[in-house]
Design a protein around this ligand. Sequence first.
Ligand code: PSU
Ligand code: MN
Length: 331
Amino acid sequence: MKMLKKVSTLILRRGIKTSHSTWSNKDLFFKVHPSVSQALAENKPVVALESTIITHGMPYPHNLSTANEVEAIVQSEGATPATVGVIQGKIHVGLSPSDLEHLAQCRNALKVSRRDLPYVISKGLSGGTTVSATMIAAHRVGIPVFVTGGIGGVHRDGHNSLDISADLTELGRTPIAVVSAGIKSILDIGRTLEFLETQGVCVATYGMTKSFPAFFSPLSGFSSAYHVCNPSEAASLIASSLSLGLQNGVLIAVPIPEEHAAAGQHIEEAIQAAVREASSKCVIGKDVTPFILQKVNELTQGKSLQANMALIRNNAKVGSQIACALSKQTA
Ligand code: PSU
Ligand code: MN
C-alpha cells in the first residue's frame, strides 16, 4: 500500500505521465531473487516458470513437490530457475522455498493473468501467475525462455463464447519463448493453432515430426508449422525471432514422452466427461481449467496427475537445454 501511495504521489506531483518508466517502476512492483539477478547480470541461462500450476493446477502436496523437482531439474541442466508468483502485491521472479510453500498451501491464492495484475497489486494480494502474467514478468526482467506444462487456448465453442485464453494474445504481444506440452484436448486445438497464426506466433514441435502434441498425448491430429530437432535448432529459432525485433512470442511444443502417454485414452475419456460436467454445472471463465483438471484427476484415480507431473519434468529438461543453447548462441 505504502509503495502504491509513493507511486501515485509521484505521478500526481509530476502530472500524469504515461511513460513506461513512471507507471511500471520495476523496483516497486517486482522483486527479483538474488540468484536470478546474479545469473542475469552474468549472462547465464535462466528459465522462467509459472505458478498457476502450483496454486490451481495440482493438489497439495504434489504441487509443491513438482515445483521443487522442476527447479532441481533446471539447475541440474545448468540453468537458474525463476518461478514467478505474486506475494502480497509484489511480483516475485524467483521464489524462496518458503514463498513456494506459501503459494502451494494458500487456499485463497488468486489465478493471476494479465488482466488481474493491477487488482492483485493494488490490493496487496497473493496469487499464482498464468502463462500470460509469467510472460510479462519474464520479459520485464530479461528472461527469454519460459517452461510450463500446457498453455491455455480457444475453448470448444470458443468461437461463440469468445472464451479464448489470454495466453494466446500474450504470445502475440510479448517476445518470450514458451516451452509446453501443447494444448489439452479439452480445448479446440485447430482453432487455437489458427489463432496463434493470426497472432504471428511461430509454433514448432520439438522432435522429428511436425505433429502437434495434445498435452496427455503426443499426437493431436494437428500439425505445427515447423519442427526443431534439438536444443540448438530451437535456440536458433528463438534467437532469430529476437534479432528480428519481432515483438511476439514463440511456442515450442514438446510431446509427452511415450512411456508416460500410455494412459492417454483413459484420460481422454475422463476429459470428455469433465467437459460435460463443467458445462452442466455452468462453470465458466477462469474456473473452467482448474475445474476440469481436478475432475479428470478424480476420474482417472490420479493417473492424469502422474502424467501431468511427468510431462512438466520433461519440459523443464528440454526447456533448460534450449535456454543453455540460447545463452551460448547469444553470448
Ligand atoms: N493447463 C494445465 N495446467 C494449468 C494451466 C493450464 O494443464 O495449470 C494454467 C496455466 O497457468 C495457463 C492457464 O496459463 O491455466 C490458462 O487458463 P485460462 O484457460 O483460464 O486462460
Ligand atoms: Mn478462459
